[in-house]
Structures are given as C-alpha cells and as structure tokens.
Design a protein. Structure first.
Length: 123
C-alpha cells in the first residue's frame, strides 16, 4: 500500500511540476525555469544515487512551497560558484501544517544565462 501511495504522490507531483514552466523571481530580476533536472534532483542526489524514501517524501512535500519562496524571497541567502555552474540559495519561512519551516530553494544558473530550479530542502 505504501509503495502505491508513494508512486501516486510522485506521479501527481510530477504532473503538477510540469505545469509550472517558469516563475519570476523579483530579487534576481529574472524568470526561474522549471525543467526535468529539477524534478529528478528531488528523487536523486547529485551523483544520481536514489535518495532515501524519507528524503524523497520530505522534498516532495516541500515542493508546493517552492513557487512561494521564489516569488516572495526578499534577498539572496547565498551564492556558490562551482565548476558545474553557479548556485543561488533563496530562503523563506513558511508555515506548514502548524509548523514553521525555513525552506531553502536552490537555483542553478548555467553558461546560457538562465536560472533553473534545482532543489528544495528545509533547515
């Protein structure tokens, strides 16, 4: 039963994710594009290894808040330049199921100049 529920959550989340396309981020002054790599990164880490089931569930539950963080972030929390590209971190406090969470959204910018959604996590 749990496997079916998890599979249904992934299917529903993926279908919703595909509808996003892009979200404007005022603090970056640019659109953030949502592509397949961002959804893949919810389920697998940077080396392609599957995340644990609990980690996958946690990130999928945070996914609906990604748009809010991108749209409402007042400042860039951090910037990291790496060989694979530049990464920007946005952080906002969200009230979720009677709990307050600090949600961090990771955006990646490639040589092409576009910002892409890359990851979500909480503190």
């Amino acid at each position: 039963m749990f496997n079916k529920a998890f599979h249904d959550l992934v299917t529903k989340s993926r279908a919703w994710y595909k509808t996003i396309k892009k979200v404007y981020c005022p603090c970056l002054g640019a659109d953030v594009i949502f592509n397949a790599k961002g959804f893949y990164h919810l389920l697998y880490d940077g080396t392609g290894t599957a995340r644990s089931l609990n980690e996958r569930l946690r990130r999928l539950k945070l996914l609906p808040h990604v748009i809010i963080v991108i749209r409402d972030a007042k400042r860039i929390y951090a910037h990291q330049a790496q060989s694979s590209g530049d990464y920007w971190l946005l952080k906002e406090t969200i009230i979720m199921e009677e709990a307050t969470l600090n949600i961090i959204v990771v955006l990646r910018k490639t040589a092409g100049g576009n910002f892409f959604y890359y990851s979500v996590r909480d503190e």
